[in-house]
Design a protein. Structure first.
Length: 552
């Protein structure tokens, strides 16, 4: 007798094979049989009219803090995710000596926009070493599976102290100590090692992340140690300013380790074709036998702006800054005053010297008003604030100011930071369908005040298989494969991601026609009353983790 029998559903098994009507049997947390099944089961579920697919595997999250206090791992668990991978981009909370904890919080606050007060109250420091961190995380009952990677920034500061934080060159002894710590972590169960080489990553005090420009030798030494374990993966993020030098570091790390390596791939407005140059190098490296893949997104890497969020066009003006700590209702009331309005708009004409902040506050052609009930992640350029202002004869500042005050100040805007230079998702489609890409970059658990991409697993199949109107769609079977078996195998998780006998019984039952993603909404449910943007999902009838039902 089976433990669970899912009957009569449309099975999309994660391998990329064509969908078929079949039953799925589960025994002791594993897939036992798929096909026409006559044997009995302790529990039966009628899946007629539903898609039966593997649980989603999200390989790029930052749940390092939230894992301490949220056994449900929301919002990922709402969106059919059954395995989440944290510790990406070289940041995390272990290893850490007691006197380094505050610095670690400042790094996570700066890089991932998780308020320091939330982390100070929520993170329960019960570890120093990475194996101790793994043990602490394992003691918390969890709705979904969580995999941890060991972050370079933490390792560097643990070994080098202030020298590491200040980006001083590592000595040979430093490198060997770092390599030994990473090797110990991999052998203790860490999924991999991660690092960051982007100028964007800074502490909350503005200090550059300690791994930003470390010597190639440091990374290669650590990568070699990972390879000595015969397991583990490598993950990186880079700006690719010197594309040849940066990619050569990746090649060398993949070569000396013999392990899979993945990196973040984005399209930047000022370098709209560089992503193609990077993928060309990936193709060459793979032809040489190196397992290098690009982690890509299924929509723009975008910000959500508004008065409830961390950013909006006027958030840096002195007049707004003076009232930014007021409750939302009071801010709205003050901003409705004619003199305050005139002052804020006038001050906004002096853009910040920082080009990135200037773009975020002044590029009105990238400001797209969001509807209250859904989010459009492939908006037409004609619907931007700049385009509407031009049609109506208003200044974009004047228009966006009024819009910000709508819905009692809860109006929100979508600002596609990356992957939208052409005003549509054609570039994203090409990235997604490249044979050396992995689906990721949702950053669940991070950027809580301005990014809300943890919902991408649901969006991936609703938009690309069902709803898209501004270009070709993609087959559901291909999309399911991308975020199940392909992702799992890409990070070395070979026991899940497909509805095949022997695989882990992580299963989604989906009403495909009713599958939906809500508009971003702000909740204040973090430790210390912290806020976070979330999106809920509709259409998931059941999610099973190791054959056990997960409550949505």
């Amino acid at each position: 007798m089976y433990d669970l029998l899912i009957q009569g559903g449309t099975v999309v098994d994660g391998t990329g094979a064509a969908r078929r009507t079949a039953d799925v049997a589960v025994k002791e947390g594993r897939i036992a049989e798929v096909g026409r099944i006559t044997a009995d089961a302790k529990r039966k579920v009628n899946a007629d009219g539903l898609i039966v697919a593997p649980g989603w595997v999200d390989i790029h999250t930052h749940y390092d803090g939230q894992a301490s206090w949220d056994p449900q791992m929301t919002p990922s668990s709402w969106h059919g995710v059954t395995t989440a991978v944290m510790g990406n981009c070289g940041v995390g909370f272990a290893p850490a000596k007691k006197h380094q904890r505050q610095w670690m919080l400042e790094l996570m606050e700066g890089v991932e926009d998780i308020p320091g007060a939330v982390l100070e109250e929520g993170v329960k420091w019960e570890w120093e070493t990475f194996p101790e961190y793994m043990q602490a995380m394992a003691r918390i009952p969890r709705a979904i599976d969580l995999a941890a990677q060991i972050p370079h920034a933490a390792v560097r500061v643990y070994v080098m102290g202030e020298r590491g934080a200040n980006r001083e060159p590592a000595t040979q002894d430093d490198m060997q100590k770092m390599a030994a710590i990473v090797k110990e972590a991999i052998l203790a169960g860490a999924l991999g090692f991660t690092t960051s080489r982007t100028f964007v990553h800074k502490t909350s005090k503005g200090q550059q992340a300690p791994t930003f420009d470390v010597a190639a030798e440091e990374l290669i030494t650590i990568a070699r140690a990972v390879g000595e374990t015969g397991r583990g993966v490598l993950q990186m993020i880079s700006d690719f300013e010197d594309i040849d030098a940066e990619f050569e570091i990746m090649r060398q790390c993949a070569k000396v380790s013999g392990r899979p390596l993945s990196f973040t791939l984005l399209q930047r407005d000022h370098q709209p074709t560089k992503w193609r140059e990077v993928l060309d190098r990936v193709d060459i490296a793979r032809a040489e036998g190196l397992d290098i893949k690009a982690q890509v997104a299924c929509r723009p890497i975008g910000m959500v702006h508004g008065l409830e969020c961390s950013m909006h066009p006027f958030f840096l003006t002195p007049t707004y800054q003076a009232m930014s700590g007021l409750p939302l209702a009071e801010r709205v009331k003050r901003m409705q005053e004619a003199t305050v309005r005139a002052q804020i708009i006038a001050e906004s004409q002096r853009p910040p010297e920082n080009w990135r902040l200037a773009s975020i506050t002044r590029d009105f052609h990238k400001y797209y008003p969001l509807a209250r009930d859904h989010a459009d992640y492939e908006p037409h350029p004609d619907t931007s604030v700049a385009a509407v202002a031009k049609r109506t004869g208003r200044s974009p500042e004047d228009l966006v100011y009024d819009l910000l005050l709508e819905d009692e100040g809860k109006k929100k805007f979508y600002f596609p930071l990356y992957n939208y230079a052409g005003g549509d998702l054609e570039v994203v489609r090409q990235m997604m369908t490249h044979p050396a890409s992995l689906m990721g970059l949702g950053d669940a658990g991070a950027h809580l005040g301005y990014i809300c991409d943890a919902s991408y697993p649901t969006y991936l199949i609703t938009h690309w298989a069902r709803d898209r109107t501004r270009g070709p769609k993609l087959p559901l079977e291909q999309l399911v494969h991308m975020q199940t078996m392909r992702n799992a195998r890409g990070v070395g998780l070979n026991d899940r991601g497909a509805l095949l006998p022997g695989q882990k019984a992580d299963i989604n039952l989906i009403d495909f026609e009713k599958l939906s993603v809500s508009a971003p909404q702000m909740r204040y449910d973090l430790p210390a009353g912290g806020r976070r943007l979330v999106q809920t999902a509709g259409g998931y009838k059941w999610t099973f983790v190791s054959g056990e039902k997960l409550a949505h």
